[in-house]
Structure formats: C-alpha cells, structure tokens
Write a protein that binds this ligand. Structure first.
Ligand code: IPD
Ligand code: CA
Length: 299
C-alpha cells in the first residue's frame, strides 16, 4: 500500500477520522500555546536523540502522552506510532495513528513561531517505507493556529478553505522560477552531503527556504507558499498528515528515483515541476550518499 492508494474505507468513515485528527491536533496545539504563551524563557532540552542537536523537550513528551491518552479513549481499536515513545502500539483495525507532538522542535526551542502538531491516521504499516497510505490528517501551526486538514478522496483545506495546487496552463515552470523548501538532518555526516547537493541545486532554482518543520513545508507546498519541497531522512510522523494535504490538493509526494516514500529523499509539489526537481536532484547526487554505499555493503 502506498500513499494515495485506496484502503477501501467509506467516505463517512474518512470524515469521522478527519474530525478525530482535527480535534486531537487542535486541542494539543492549544495546550502548547497555553503553556508557552507568556514565557520569556526558552523551553529546556529534556534529552537528545540521534545527535546532540536532535533534541526533545518536556513539551514534546507531554503532548505525545496527551495525544495517546486521548486516542486510546476515542479510537481504542487503532494502533499508535509516535515520535517520542519507542515502538508501535498495535491495534486491531488495520489503522494506525502517526503522531508528531511538535514538528519543528528546534524552532520551538528557540521561540521561532514556526512549529506544528501533526496527527495522521494511516492504513498499512507506517514503519515500512511504501507500506502505508495516509487516510486522514491534520497539521496545526501552533502559534498562528492555522489548521490544514485532509481526508483520502475528500480533499484538503486550510482553515476550511479548499486547497488546490497551482498548475501553470503552459506546462510546468522552469526550476529557475521555483521557490524550494528543504531541510537538513541532525547528523553532521548527512548534513555535509545535503550541503553538497544543495550547492549544486542553488544556482538552478529561484531561491531556498529552510522553514524548520517538514509538515509545514509540505502544507506550504499545498498552499502555493513555496513551489517545491525535498529533504532526505524525513520520518513518517513528520510527513504523514501533510503528505495527504499535498496529495489531496492535486500535488505529488514521492520518493526520489522510483523509491517509496520514506526511503532516502522525499519530494513534493505540482507533478510536472516535481519531475524537473527529481532530475536535478539525481544529477546533484541526492540519491548517492556515502550512507547509502555503506548500507549496501551491510555497514
Ligand atoms: C524535524 C523538522 C525539520 C526537518 C527534520 C525533522 P522534528 O522534525 O521537521 O524541519 O528538517 O528532518 O526531523 O525533529 O522537529 O520533529
Ligand atoms: Ca517532533
């Protein structure tokens, strides 16, 4: 099962799941806002994960706990996978909630007001690239309250306004006219290679945006605030809800060079323009990192 594939759910069921996702993400964002609104201090780092700059705050953990408790009450039959707690809690329905309590934790840490709560429900196994499809999702930008929603076959919207990816009547724009969002991983070795790819891409695009939240990057693609997005190493919880927002707006979210979503690099945008970016990324070596060669050698 891959993104956009039909898991055979009735439209009414998808609408209910959209409502659950929206209510859960909105309530969680409200909790974060209420707790951080008038604090001048930066939130504290509770611990680190893949590198010293990959941080977790007490808020990440508290919000994930809150979301899990809420979903256990309203959807006890479904599984849950979240960023901050290890492993998948299996369910019996074939559906799994995929949670990022704060996407853009470093922005949150520095009080840059660009971070989100992302809540998606997927069919299939969200741990395996290409084995899941998002069914419903909601991304709430915590500090602005902007709310993106999507349901499979039900369209996507921001604050209730339907979204539709901009397509140019005369065919896809040149890359030189495209504003491209991207992100960088937390590990230095990967980041050095990402910088190498970016150096090759920079001269052929309009400009770059490093927003700091993959889910918001994708939502901005759906809303036409950037034209394209690509990034290596994005986790399923960063993208599951927002990928559906893009797909339902008429865009594509895909792996590079025919790879499934979640393996190596993700790219998103209007289909024709996305194809141009894919070509440029492959030419820039985005599908050939030292970590890939090591993995192929079994390292
Ligand atoms: C990160 C953000 C960032 C992206 C990283 C993600 P987190 O998520 O989405 O923009 O570049 O790849 O890991 O750690 O803030 O949830
Ligand atoms: Ca996070």
């Amino acid at each position: 099962m891959s993104p956009g594939q039909d898991p055979g759910l009735e439209p009414g069921v998808i609408d209910e799941l959209m409502a659950v996702a929206r209510d859960a993400a909105t309530a969680a964002a409200g909790l974060i806002r209420a707790a951080t609104g008038d604090q001048d201090d930066r939130p504290a780092v509770a611990s680190t994960k893949s590198s010293p700059t990959d941080v977790v705050t007490a808020m990440d953990r508290a919000i994930e706990r809150h979301l899990r408790e809420h979903l256990a009450k309203v959807r006890p039959q479904d599984g849950v996978l979240g960023e901050e707690e290890d492993g998948l809690r299996a369910g019996s329905s074939g559906l799994t909630w995929v949670l990022d309590p704060i996407d853009g934790t470093v922005n949150y840490l520095y009080r840059i007001p660009v971070y989100s709560v992302s809540v998606a429900v997927v069919a299939g196994d969200p741990r395996v690239p290409g084995a899941w499809t998002p069914v419903a999702g909601c991304v709430v930008s915590v500090e602005t309250g902007e709310t993106w929603t999507a349901g499979l076959g039900r369209g996507s919207a921001v604050d209730g306004r339907p979204l539709s990816i901009r397509t140019d009547p005369d065919g896809p724009r040149e890359l030189s006219q495209a504003l491209v969002a991207t992100g960088f991983g937390y590990r230095a070795e990967r980041r050095a290679e990402q910088a190498r790819v970016f150096a090759a891409l920079a001269p052929v695009i309009r400009d770059i945006r490093r927003i700091g939240s993959a889910s918001l990057d994708l939502c901005m693609v759906a809303a036409g605030q950037v034209d394209l997005y690509y990034e290596r190493g994005v986790n399923v919880w960063d993208m599951a809800a927002a990928a559906l927002v893009v797909i339902e707006a008429g865009g594509v979210v895909t792996g590079l060079a025919g790879r499934p979503l979640g393996e190596r690099t993700v790219l998103a945008g209007e289909p024709g323009l996305c194809a141009r970016l894919a070509e440029a990324l492959v030419a820039a070596g985005a599908d050939d990192f030292a970590e890939d060669r090591e993995a192929a050698r079994g390292g």
